[in-house]
Design a protein around this ligand. Structure first.
Ligand SMILES: [Fe+2]
Ligand SMILES: [Fe+2]
Length: 218
């Protein structure tokens, strides 16, 4: 059982359909498998650039794809619920126990409420998740009804994440349309997430840099 088998699993797809539908009604941006696949593949890319093993990359892909599955149960505790759901699914698929425990722990620890970032797989998922800021994630069509999340995501015209293995540096480069949202709005919304990304970079023994509209802001 590998990442491509997980992508085809219909139980997981059903959880995401329901979770994303509920979040849509509550005014949240997209949390479908489009987001979670991006997180899976970006997390693996970060670990690959920093020299981690193919086994660790594969665990990061699976945990990254499953990280938001708990939204089907409850948004505020989706990390914890998601870990429990994923544990059941992966057990049914006969995943090796040690691998399953790692994946479950990474899912449970991917949110801002967590003070410490325990391991490199969780760290890569956190950075991949918190840096997925894109206009395409906005679901509200009425600009007047935008919340801060909609506004900032709508303003981001491009996002790029690069890793420099020799300097162990992770660089997030964002371009924001300042006629839609200011850089201040971005930091207002992302302060907690950026702090978590900085802690995650520490766990990866790397430095995180952020450029917004050509200016180094972190
Ligand atoms: Fe999440
Ligand atoms: Fe997410």
């Amino acid at each position: 059982m590998n990442y491509s088998d997980i992508l085809k699993n219909t139980e997981i797809i059903d959880y995401y359909q329901i979770g994303n539908m509920i979040l849509g009604k509550q005014g949240f941006i997209d949390h479908s498998p489009v987001h979670t696949r991006l997180v899976a593949e970006r997390a693996a890319k970060i670990l690959d650039s920093l020299g981690y093993s193919e086994e660790e990359l594969e665990l990061a892909r699976i945990a990254g794809y499953l990280h938001d599955i708990g939204n089907a149960i409850n948004r505020s505790a989706h990390a914890e619920y998601g870990a429990i759901i994923a544990s059941g699914i992966l057990k049914d698929l006969d995943m090796d126990m040690k691998e399953r425990v790692q994946i479950v722990s990474s899912i449970a620890n991917h949110e801002e409420s967590v003070e410490a970032v325990p391991d490199p797989i969780t760290a890569a998922i956190i950075i991949a998740d918190k840096t997925d800021v894109r206009r395409a994630r906005v679901r509200e069509r009425n600009i007047e009804a935008f919340n801060i999340n909609d506004k900032v995501n709508n303003a981001v015209t491009s996002t790029q994440l690069d890793c420099d293995p020799s300097e162990r540096k992770i660089t997030l480069t964002l371009n924001i349309d300042e006629s839609i949202s200011t850089i201040y709005d971005y930091f207002e919304m992302f302060r907690g997430r950026m702090l978590m990304c900085t802690r995650a970079a520490d766990t990866l023994e790397a430095k995180l840099e952020i450029f917004v509209n050509g200016q180094k802001v972190l």
